[in-house]
Design a protein around this ligand. Sequence first.
Ligand code: M6R
Length: 364
Amino acid sequence: DKGGHKHFMAKEIAEQPHVIAEAIRHYLPVEEDAVRLPGGGVDFSGVERLTMVACGTAYYACVTAKYWFEQIARLPVEVDIASEFRYREPPIPGKTLALFVSQSGETADTLAALRYCQEKADKILSVVNVSESSIARESDLALPIFAGPEIGVASTKAFTCQLTVLLALALKAACDRGHLSAEGMAEYATAIRGLPNVLSSALEQNDAIRLAAQKVSEARDVLFLGRGLMFPLALEGALKLKEISYIHAEAYASGELKHGPIALIDKNMPVVVLTPKDALFDKSVSNMQEVLARKGKVLMISDQNGIDEAGDDVWCAIRMPRVKEALTPILYAIPAQLLAYHTAVAKGTDVDQPRNLAKSVTVE
Ligand code: M6R
């Protein structure tokens, strides 16, 4: 049942305020300003290293979480793609916590990577949507994301729910390791509880994004740029666009622009710049100006302050609400998903069942 939407993907994008609220209810119950984990939970105080492994969109959720765990919890993190990790035979030092993220819980490479870590890591954690899955069963602690069934091949609500759970976990780690005061934690909890409303207002940009997508649908290649927490989101935005619209899309950390990809910029190249007015805004804008100077078509996704300050010469600007900096990836996922969706619809591709792809990759 598509609930009145044209595609499952549209329905699943629209469901995000609701499913995220569900995840928040479980991990940050209102009666306490602390993270609550299922089962025996996990204590991060003695953990020396976190290894996160996944594929595709789940991998980009891990790359985002690396920034959180490092910055908020001061925990060293390694992130890897499951198909590389499993054959590399990486050493797993003692006091390592291994974390596997998978919507389906059945991805063959992720499961193999998990099995590689059994007996080596101190503890195996998973973040899954399907609680009865192999990955959930074979881990010491499975953290459900409460996204509900995801039918569209392009992962949307699972991604933002994965991010929400991973952020809660990073906050738990920060508290356990003495890097976050009760006051700081309460501040995060309040901001996170505001997310469902914030995501709803991001969804109101649907029409503006549909218009931008009309133009993007004519492009052959699209570049996504972001810095800090917006870099993994740029990767996710590019994946989403290529998988359902079949437009070639690539993402770069903005600072890498002049190390190669700037050679691609011309008047035919749409460049999606993800840049909330955060600590890295000025850096990001100076990269954006390098694109504008070469007549690149900039689609700027920012907040009102960011657009007021730097949005004058852009091709198109999409306005997001303002949130606490750590939460921006969860919010900016919405315009990235909507842009891919409307571009695919404009091109007339099979949005829910893109060619050559399966929802769950159970063979390598
Ligand atoms: O079920 P999983 O989360 O383990 O799946 C991982 C990837 O196959 C998946 O995220 C894939 O990249 C999506 N089609 C992306 O939209």
